[in-house]
Ligand binder design. Sequence first.
Ligand code: FES
Ligand SMILES: [Fe+2]
Length: 433
Amino acid sequence: MSTNASPSSVGAARRAAAEPLQEHLASLLAACKPGFALPGAFFTDERLYAAEIEYIFGRHWLFVACEAEIPEGGDYRTFQIGPWPIFILRRDDGSIAAFHNTCRHRGSRILQQDSGIAGATLQCPYHRWTYDLEGRVIGCGATGEAPAAQRRLKPVHLRTLAGLIFVCLADEPPADFDDMRERMTPYLAPHALARAKVAKQVDVIEHGNWKLTIENNRECFHCAGHPELLCSLFDFFGELDVERMSAQERATYARYQSARPVQEAIWARAGLPWQEIEQLHGRPTAFRTERLVLDGAGESMTPDTRVASRRLLGDLKESRLGTLHFHTQPNAWFHFLSDHALTFATLPLERGRTLVRSTWLVHADAQEGRDYDLEKLTSVWNATNAQDAAFVEETQRGASSPAYEPGPIAASEYMVKLFHVWYEERLRAELRL
Ligand code: FES
Ligand SMILES: [Fe+2]
């Protein structure tokens, strides 16, 4: 039998496996150089990945779905977050709850489809224990036992923010969600996600570690690889050095500079806040928002930069609103436009496999074919997602090489650096490193 591992690397791997977790993570974090990409172990180390699932995904607020995905009483969606199967459910009174999807009898998953309609009760298919929509056991199937009223489905913390649903698996979730909600509601509410419907949802599996998915989203240094997206998106982030721009970049920058005051006047007239809020570290529920000017007609992220849906969201009257960009650590990003909204939820599936779920929302009254064209609505981000999946996969492969050495992060990639700051802060805080 042949093996690629040298005796010394086998020895190092054995020593790492025997190290207490705290020491192991502390030594990995000590190898990070501020302002540089993460070392390869951050994308390949199974113990680190398990710790991230427990301490990052198990203890922070995660965006999982929009309220529009469960519009009617009884509607549910299931999710697998690391080892935890959970579901969210809308009750008949309109309230939304989240529970662990683990039966209180012998543990089977109760709801076994990705989504569906639960009806007035939930029944575990294995031995037919039955639960009400508060999670209480109301029947124990054919065993004839009395309902074990003291047993109920374990709840999962859930909060909504202007139609977006977040869950947290921790016993005590971070309290700073409320601050984010308070600050973000004036930005998001005018887009009226509660009165929107799902036009399309697409799952892409990226063959890379979840941090590569997030890093890739936090910079636009790579956006030359997104020709469809650049029809509308101005890729100017962080400090700009106009002197070093190419002639083409300067022309784009000139368009941006002339569009900006026009757009600000429109936002002001529409009463929409646009100022940047950047809270990317120093707190568990880190986030960032900014309303962005778009190129061309400035209306939407479509091939011709004009709205894809003539029925605008909520009560919006103005088509040219650019895009409200919003992202949350550790797993989501969003675009809110005049005619549609886009949500992106990522969940790690394995150390080197990550789910990216994209959802396009339009006004609930908008009709496909009459008010919007689905291809026009979705083509830019379908192309962009495929390009990003390739960037992530190739980085996972390249950065997994023993020959990989982290390179410097550019000024325009400063949000990648701030993601690293947050990530290290959260691991150190949760593991008391
Ligand atoms: S495991 Fe659910 S009823 Fe037995
Ligand atoms: Fe990208």
